[in-house]
Design a protein around this ligand. Structure first.
Ligand code: NAD
Length: 443
């Protein structure tokens, strides 16, 4: 099929590449010329495992190309996927202006029937509205389908190729059949293609993200209560996660959730509920708990080094909002770095994939290291903010040698208290009793 994907960010680029890989001819349209130039050369603009090979293979095969030319891109696709951003406005509502503009352009430029597939996460009712607006603009047949995306950054390619389910919200059988045909290669493992109303599809995306965010805020709330009571949250987590009704997914205490989805989607659904006269108290609590949780790691550092933060140097491992991505949007690490810099501390950072984006944000206000151990040299403590695999079993002896004092603030509960005790580290984590280090660490 001839497909156009508008917006070649985390969702659009992965979708375009994977759809090309099953034999479709795909054009990716973006307003960012630098991005288009880089992608056209086969250089991925994001880090996503598996993406580079798929991108270069499909460019080489002539099934995938990128452009900033809207006329050409819109003329190409029988099906036009839209995956532009829907960032939060000041009041928490989703800003759909990029999507609205894109749809106006499609309606204006189309010269044959099209199916427009909205992949962006949008408030309930958006697809109905867009279809009515676009139909009023064009004499050609046009159907809007809601097809929310559930991929996870870090495993996005795999998630797209092997989704748990595909959700298709459509009011028209022909459009549904077209989208079904496109997705059949990805559900040969018998995963369902769920068809529903457009509004239900839009709501499904918010309901899924808000539920996952709620689990994180729930375990963070429990972790904080555990800390007040001197209880180890890991033991409690084991006790509840083994309950088959509960499980362990998204039940990791830590420095809060980040990324471009959970924070904005929780706020957007809360705002949507409010606009309909419903007070979404749970969603507000999920958001507020997360806001508080993001301050916790810095509070622990500030308490430990009370009065001397301005003279301190901190090593920070992990800046991306989660492992296996280069995405820094709403990353809890950014909150910690901002507070440390405000307090006058020196910050030495290592991250396996996020340093380039970090330099774009901070320039030379932070010191970046390609090697994790180089970042430790002379630092008063290590702050672990993102649980990349390579941080899980580090060389603790080398860390002790390099750090000014063996102190770790672990925002992801990566290490066991027993290990830290045995290795004589002073160890602060989330919802677990602090492990006091040797007398030298208390300076
Ligand atoms: N990132 C995720 O993990 C994820 C997962 C599921 C759903 N979503 C949703 O998908 C949507 C896109 O998210 P993302 O993370 O890929 O965003 P992104 O910011 O990475 O990408 C958006 C892209 O759209 C381009 N763009 C903006 N306006 C445009 C226009 N008028 N014409 C052409 N291109 C335009 C931007 O230049 C950018 O490349 C959002 O609604 C998001 O909530 C994201």
């Amino acid at each position: 099929m001839r497909i156009t994907v508008v917006g070649t960010g985390y969702v659009g680029l992965v979708s375009a590449t994977c759809l090309a890989d099953t034999g479709n001819h795909v054009v990716g349209l973006d307003i960012d010329p630098a991005k288009v130039e880089q992608l056209s050369k086969g250089v991925s603009t994001i880090y996503e495992p598996g993406l580079h090979d798929l991108l270069t293979d499909n460019l080489r095969a002539g099934r995938l190309r990128f452009t900033t030319n809207a006329d050409e891109a819109i003329a190409h696709g029988q099906v036009v996927f839209v995956a532009v951003g829907t960032p939060p406005r000041q009041d928490g509502s989703a800003d759909t202006s990029a999507l609205d503009r894109t749809c106006r352009t499609i309606a204006e430029k189309m010269s044959e029937p099209k199916v427009v597939v909205v992949k962006s996460t949008v408030p309930v009712g958006t697809c109905d509205r867009l279809e009515a607006e676009m139909r009023a603009q064009t004499p050609h047949r046009l159907d809007v389908v809601s097809n929310p995306e559930f991929l996870k950054e870090g495993t996005a390619v795999d998630d797209f190729l092997r989704p748990d389910r595909i959700v298709v919200g459509a009011e028209n059988g022909e459009a549904t059949a077209t989208i079904r045909e496109l997705y059949l290669p990805f559900v040969r493992n018998q995963r369902p293609i769920l068809t529903m109303s457009r509004a239900a599809a839009e709501m499904t995306k918010y309901a899924a993200n808000c539920y996952l965010a709620a689990r994180i805020s729930y375990i963070n709330e429990i972790a904080n209560i555990c800390e007040c009571c001197g209880v180890d949250v890991d033991q409690v987590r084991a006790g509840i996660g083994t309950d088959s009704r509960i499980g362990f997914h998204f039940l990791y205490p830590g420095a809060g959730y980040g990324g471009s989805c959970f924070p904005k989607d929780v706020q957007a659904l809360n705002h949507l509920a409010g606009s309909k006269g419903y007070s979404a108290d749970l969603l507000r609590a999920v958001h507020e708990i997360n806001q508080r949780q993001r301050q916790l790691l810095f509070s622990k550092i500030a308490n430990r080094f009370a009065g001397s933060l301005g003279e301190r140097t901190f090593a920070l491992w992990g800046v991306t909002f989660k492992p296996k991505t280069d995405d820094l949007r709403e990353a809890p690490a950014i909150y910690v770095i901002d507070r440390l810099l405000e307090a006058g501390s020196t910050v030495r950072v290592h991250d396996p994939r996020g340093l380039e984006n970090l330099k774009g944000l901070y320039g030379d206000r932070v010191i970046c290291f390609d090697d994790a151990y180089d970042a430790l040299a002379g630092a008063d403590a290590l702050v672990l903010a993102t649980e990349w695999n390579e941080f899980r079993t580090p060389d603790f002896d080398r860390m002790r040698e390099l750090l000014e004092a063996p102190i770790i603030f672990d925002g992801r509960n990566v290490y066991e208290a027993e290990t830290m005790k045995r290795r004589a580290f002073e160890y602060h984590s989330i919802g677990r009793p602090t492990v006091n280090g040797p007398a030298s660490a208390a300076s």
